[in-house]
Design a protein around this ligand. Structure first.
Ligand code: MN
Length: 202
């Protein structure tokens, strides 16, 4: 049966420097992201085996772990695509329909950045901060995710997501999450965010 796979990065490990170092990005992708891929696959194998053998499963513990690992895999996959080398697709400010949508919801880009950064700084424990789109109201929402799977708005597509687990920045920034969140704007791929908004609106 089909299993999860670690996706390749859309750039080289050195390409996000100086904002994310080669060492930081390599560890993050090859160790941390891979661990969620392997974790999800191991649980799927455990489920398959129990089904074949008619064995018992601790559904609560298993599904909790599966949700955590699949969530980690999905969010990392979105996160890599949200980044691009500075000056080569990364950084600057949103344009076009995305800029318009952000202005409409938040008033201006600076206000969006402020709310997004505050949400990232204040995640309880480990987690993520995301910009999402609600198809029902056609409005943009900031989503603060605890771990990989708590506090989410089910079915809202994620336009932009930033990892604020310590493992995302510790090599480069030690415990200074605020500095990491300030520097991340240099490598955000706004074209990808706009592409996701267009897709979500269809
Ligand atoms: Mn991570």
């Amino acid at each position: 049966m089909e299993k999860y796979k670690l996706p390749e990065l859309p750039y080289g490990y050195k390409d996000l420097e100086p904002y994310i170092s080669e060492e930081q990005l390599t560890l993050h992708h090859q160790k941390h992201h891979l661990a969620y891929v392997n974790g999800a696959n191991a649980i799927l194998e455990k489920l398959e085996k129990a089904r074949q053998e008619g064995g018992e499963i601790d559904m609560k513990a298993t599904l909790k772990e599966l949700s955590f690992n699949i969530g980690g895999h999905l969010l990392h996959s979105l996160f890599w695509e949200n980044l691009a080398p500075s000056g080569k697709g990364g950084g600057g400010e949103p344009t076009g329909n995305l800029a318009e949508a952000l202005n409409e919801e938040f008033g201006n880009f600076a206000r969006f950045k402020k709310e997004f950064t505050q949400a990232g700084l204040t995640v309880e424990g480990s987690g993520w901060v995301a910009l999402t789109y609600d198809p029902m109201t056609t409005r943009l929402f900031i989503m603060q995710i605890e771990k990989h799977n708590t506090n989410i708005y089910p079915t809202f597509p994620i336009l932009l997501v930033v990892d604020v687990f310590e493992h995302a920045y510790y090599v480069d920034y030690k415990n200074n999450r605020a500095q990491f969140l300030e520097n991340i704007w240099h490598i955000i791929n706004w074209q990808e965010v706009e592409k996701r908004l267009e897709k979500a609106r269809k």
